[in-house]
Design a protein around this ligand. Structure first.
Ligand code: NDP
Length: 271
């Protein structure tokens, strides 16, 4: 992990704070090695308020692109000049997790990456199209738009209810804002809160969840997360965010390089 002013020579990076824990360098470097591409990917810490200066510096140092993680996905919108939606997402501007530095262009691969995992990474097929989405931050915003445009019926619960209301209004969604984290009748419960980062899990009325529901934590740790433990205690199947990490990374790779990403190699690198 490097501070942005001391960034080494490389081609791509993930910027965030904290960022030392990120598996993105391992995953992208494994892909480059597999395809024998002479590229290097690093992790770079950037403090809040310094995103624009850091991106200028990285671009002038020869970097081609960055992935953006917590807490910078909104701040980066102030630097990019063009937002390019990625299929199958609609045109609305979302928090940016992938930047092409020379063209000052940004996109969001989190939501399309997440949608792909619904077909490929779940422990069992989803029953029905109803989803309980927890959180109202950047990831929740992207996922709410992605899920709804893919035909899912979304209910959102956030600790601070007004933020869930603002999310729905801001994107003109049909999603319902809940007063309680009630998973009654849903096929999927998604934890898109930042609670995992502080070792916590969001509140869920687990006893009301159908036993066929799948619990999906965007967060990941070495073992099962607290959210996954809670779901499993109530008999639900649960997965963590590593498959999504791989898919959003593979889509960033393809957007930057125009080459098919070696998904199996990238998945192996994050397991
Ligand atoms: P944000 O900081 O934007 O998310 C903030 C949200 O989390 C708010 O809704 C906030 O509620 C809620 N929150 C924070 N702490 C708690 C808590 N203790 N209990 C309940 N709610 C809480 O983060 P992001 O949306 O960018 O990321 C969310 C999570 O998704 C992170 O864990 C991140 O690592 C993960 N992620 C994983 C990816 C992957 O590829 N696997 C990709 C992107 C994100 P309030 O409004 O009340 O403050």
């Amino acid at each position: 992990m490097f501070e942005w002013r001391d960034a080494p020579r490389a081609d791509f990076a993930v910027i965030g704070d904290p960022v030392a824990h990120s598996l993105s360098p391992k995953m992208h470097n494994a892909a480059y090695a597999h395809l024998e591409l002479p590229l290097r990917y690093t992790a770079i810490r950037v403090e809040r308020g310094e995103v624009a200066s850091a991106l200028e510096h990285l671009r002038d140092s020869g970097y081609r692109g960055v992935n953006v993680t917590v807490p910078h996905k909104e701040e980066v919108l102030g630097w990019i000049e063009r937002y390019e939606p990625m299929e199958p997402m609609p045109a609305q501007e979302l928090p940016v997790n992938t930047v092409e530095l020379r063209g000052r262009t940004g996109t969001n691969t989190d939501a399309p990456g997440f949608l792909r995992t619904l077909a490929s990474a779940l422990p069992s097929p989803l029953v029905g199209k109803r989803v309980l989405l927890l959180g109202a931050g950047g990831s929740a915003r992207a996922l709410a738009l992605g899920l709804e445009s893919a035909g899912y019926e979304v209910s959102i619960f956030n600790r601070t209810r007004s933020k869930a209301g603002a999310l729905v209004a801001g994107l003109s969604l049909r999603a319902r804002v809940l007063e309680r984290p009630d998973p009654d009748g849903v096929g999927l419960i998604v934890n898109a809160t930042a609670s995992g980062i502080s070792g916590e899990a969001p509140e869920v009325l687990w006893e009301r969840a159908p036993s066929s529901a799948v619990a999906y934590d965007l967060y990941y740790t070495a073992g099962p997360t607290r959210f996954m433990h809670a779901a499993e205690r109530h008999g639900l199947q649960a997965i963590d965010g590593r498959a999504m990490l791989m898919e959003q990374g593979a889509l960033s790779f393809e957007w930057w390089l125009g080459e098919t990403a070696p998904r199996e190699v990238m998945m192996k690198a994050v397991l």
